[in-house]
Design a protein around this ligand. Sequence first.
Ligand code: C5P
Length: 218
Amino acid sequence: PYIPVIAIDGPTASGKGTVAQLVATQLGFHYLDSGALYRLTALSALRNAVALNDEQALAKLAETLQCSFTNGDIFLAGENVTLAIRAEEVGNAASKIAALPALRQALVALQLRFRTAPGLIADGRDMGTVIFPDADLKVFLTASPEARAQRRYKQLIDKGFSANMQDLLKDLNERDARDANRAVAPLKPAEGAYLLDTSNLTVHQAVEQVLGWYADVK
Ligand code: C5P
């Protein structure tokens, strides 16, 4: 049977993850946090002292990534790294290695395997453009840099990390520029994507908007 997909792309800390998970719960769909795969590869590289520009070695790491997603927790080779992959250092490393084509290619099959019945909601940078170009609904979620830095700040503090707004804004702008300007799978709205600016929306409003669009297209 046909398995529907909702693709949600957007810049870092735009609220994609929160919105996507709530929509997944509402619809009873599976959820793919594709950014976590880049973060897992980055964490693995940092721990094994693999250089962040060694494309072949990184692709190999990605291909042999021993990860599992269970009840919202993320495991790498049996270790719970749910929190560890959220560190800014890991996010920055993830965004660097994400520019390497062989590494991205190595993660494609893994991402496609998340598409199982009754449906999938996938969030990332290239869900609608590259990984699931046939998605039933594509959403490009944005928010102002200030709103995003504030959200990331709160997320980090809530998780017990230290954070500084000025550094976060700088990181965020650098990461946006890297994600949008890379040659392979750059961050951009997919053709036919619905744009959703969440700067002035509550999480509930954003979720309702996505559910409304999905009801219209399905
Ligand atoms: O979304 P998150 O901040 O967890 O992603 C970490 C990094 O992984 C991003 O900055 C981006 O460079 C990369 N990424 C990507 N393609 C995706 C998801 C994430 O390039 N589909």
